[in-house]
Design a protein around this ligand. Structure first.
Ligand code: CA2
Length: 148
């Protein structure tokens, strides 16, 4: 029997503060709430989820390296690293599986510096502006893309 396929769920800087500040932008749910919803959706589709949040780009790069060979997909909300962290771009480019970029808000409708994503060019797709639903939609996208 094939082993359960693993999804690495990564969240970047300051997302550990979700639910504590700026609810008008990011909602009232905590990161733990989002991870739980994504994990439940993944389990229903036959996947397991490993979740990591870090405020350090090097830790996120390291987690992506570990995912090479151990995970079938990466779902990543890189936080502000989205807009300038070429190290995360390069690490994701080295990952052979499915990559989905998620944002709670819609960066395209916000300040101009948020309009560029250096992660989007190395992602299979990006989901933005749906709040926490984005993580669940990303899990569903992973399942569909891996079933092709
Ligand atoms: O919309 C998203 O998910 C973002 O990735 C969130 C990042 C932002 O820099 C991106 O442009 C879009 C910021 C995350 C900060 O999270 C906070 C949570 C609670 C309180 C303050 C910040």
């Amino acid at each position: 029997m094939a082993s359960t396929q693993r999804i690495l769920l990564l969240n970047g800087p300051n997302l550990n503060l979700l639910g504590q500040r700026e609810p008008e932008v990011y909602g009232t749910a905590t990161l733990a709430d989002h991870v739980q919803a994504a994990t439940q959706a993944a389990q229903e589709l036959g996947f397991s989820v490993e979740s990591k949040q870090s405020n350090s780009s090097s830790e996120l790069v390291q987690a992506i390296h570990v995912a090479r060979g151990t995970a079938s997909a990466i779902i990543i909300n890189p936080g502000a690293f989205t807009h300038y962290a070429w190290s995360i771009h390069d690490a994701l480019a080295s990952f052979d599986g499915v990559v989905i970029e998620v944002h709670l808000s819609n960066p395209s409708t916000r300040e101009p510096w948020r309009h560029e994503s250096v992660v989007a060019p190395v992602s299979d797709g990006s989901i933005a502006g749906f709040g926490g639903l984005g993580y669940v939609l990303a899990v569903q996208a992973v399942a569909r893309l891996l079933a092709r």
